[in-house]
Design a protein around this ligand. Structure first.
Ligand SMILES: Cc1cc2nc3c(=O)[nH]c(=O)nc-3n(C[C@H](O)[C@H](O)[C@H](O)COP(=O)(O)OP(=O)(O)OC[C@H]3O[C@@H](n4cnc5c(N)ncnc54)[C@H](O)[C@@H]3O)c2cc1C
Length: 408
């Protein structure tokens, strides 16, 4: 059985960055970077943006070229789906029968796209977007004369895909269960703005709409039936309703879980020698009032990877990264810093009708987050406001004649 000093499960953002960080910090031990996919480690954000639109090839979204891994003696172990783990003897088993032993294990397996649970959800033409393979299948279907696309879920992935589909000339209908898009991640003003941007580009949006089932004919989908009975005729369905963290093997091995794998500030799970990072890691976050949360962002995966690489190299620096996130839709760059959940007041900086503005979110008078739309300066300067928990007057925050950094 092959043994690695550090075995990393999942070669996405967190896993790849752990291997990079270890070598950067001078770690000389053996590293295995294992994934159920056979593809080289790649970036996920372009999957709903430039890769889906065809503007970037797969080579252009690789985290590093193949040679990089070879030169640093990082063993890529593709095509291995980890199904179980024995924390006592420190081994993992894969669906293909392969077993590996480890000294330290880093679990960075991300999440699987949630699927619709209704009749017809497995018909041909129903897609999710989590992996390259998912998007390749979607692009293949779109080549076959697709005109009408229906997106289920008005989160970032659904909205980014809507923007790409419109750019490619498809008709787009978007179905959202709540009364506004992006309800999970932003305030009503940004939701309204984004919704209007899509509507102005002829995306038809159904809010507060549940899906009853997907209709098909001969195994191929033909329409989406809403709870109201209304039928949306469509050629393709893209389901973007969130992820389920991939933690089965850890949970079965006895790791504590809570909507993810429970980790401490050093990303250590409750299993000895096993770390968890990225989308699947449920951690206590100082920017969420000390609540245990999961963050689904490249920044979080990369920052947690740096923490684990340091800890393995003997430097115990706790995770304390400022959360940030971005989304590209049409010519809009939306950047978020901090976490707005639980805010009790907000201030608009700039005029949304100019398509460049920011919303500053406050909690007990302190700045906790900013959503910045085409407003890079506010995003960059707002970070310090969030990090210091600045208390500022509403009129000062709203005054665009002053830069945010002047308020510090
Ligand atoms: C379409 C899309 C667009 C996004 N856009 C943005 C964006 O604009 N900005 C942003 O900050 N974030 C964005 N994200 C989120 C971001 O990509 C994730 O937060 C990030 O990839 C998390 O990194 P990770 O290492 O935790 O998981 P991942 O990058 O998902 O990597 C997990 C890896 O583990 C593998 N795996 C899972 N289970 C097993 C197993 N049992 N055995 C072996 N391998 C396994 C998977 O194949 C996968 O390669 C986007 C995500 C998607 C899907």
């Amino acid at each position: 059985m092959e043994k690695y000093d550090v075995l990393i499960v999942g070669s996405g953002h967190g896993g790849a960055q752990t291997a990079i960080g270890l070598r950067k910090q001078g770690f000389h031990g053996s590293i295995g970077l294992l994934d159920r996919s056979r593809a080289l480690p790649y970036e996920r954000p372009p999957l709903s943006k430039e890769y889906l639109s065809g503007e970037k090839t797969f080579e252009r979204i690789l985290i590093r070229p193949e040679k990089f891994w070879r030169d640093r003696d990082v063993h890529l172990l593709g095509g291995s789906n980890v199904s179980s783990l024995d924390p006592l003897v420190k081994t993992i088993s894969c669906g293909n029968g392969q077993e590996y032993a480890y000294e330290q294990l880093v679990w960075s397996a991300g999440g699987d796209a949630k699927r619709l649970i209704c009749d017809g959800s497995d018909l041909r033409g129903v897609h999710t977007v989590r992996s390259k393979e998912d998007v390749d299948a979607l692009i293949d279907d779109m080549k076959a004369g697709t005109e009408r696309c229906t997106i289920i879920g008005g989160g970032y992935i659904g909205l980014e895909a809507a923007a790409v589909f419109r750019k490619l000339g498809h008709e787009v209908v978007l179905v959202e269960a709540f009364n506004r898009v992006l309800s999970r991640v932003t305030g009503p003003e940004v939701s309204r703005f984004i919704q209007n941007e899509h509507v102005s580009r002829e995306v038809k949006i159904h809010l507060e709409s549940g899906v009853r089932c997907i209709e098909g004919d001969g195994g191929l989908l033909t329409g989406v039936v809403l709870e109201t009975g209304e039928v949306i005729q469509t050629d393709i369905v893209l389901v973007g309703i969130g992820i389920e963290p991939c933690i089965d093997a850890l949970a079965k091995a006895g790791a504590e879980t809570a909507n993810g794998v429970v980790v401490d500030e050093y990303c250590q799970t409750t299993l000895p020698g096993v770390y968890a990072i990225g989308d699947c890691a449920a951690h206590i976050n100082p920017f969420a009032d000390g609540q245990r949360i999961r963050l689904e962002s490249v920044q979080n995966a990369n920052d947690m990877a740096s923490v684990v690489a340091s800890v393995i190299c003997g430097n115990f620096e706790p995770y304390h990264a400022t959360p940030w996130f971005w989304s590209d839709q049409y010519d809009l760059k939306i950047q978020t810093v901090g976490l707005s959940a639980g805010y009790d007041d907000s201030v608009t900086r700039g005029d949304p009708s100019n398509r460049s503005f920011s919303i500053v979110y406050l909690k007990n008078g302190k700045v906790v987050a900013l959503d910045c739309v085409n407003s890079m300066k506010d995003y960059v300067q707002g970070r310090r406001l969030v990090e210091t928990g600045l208390v500022a007057a509403r009129e000062d925050l709203a005054d665009t004649s002053r830069q945010l950094k002047e308020l510090l």
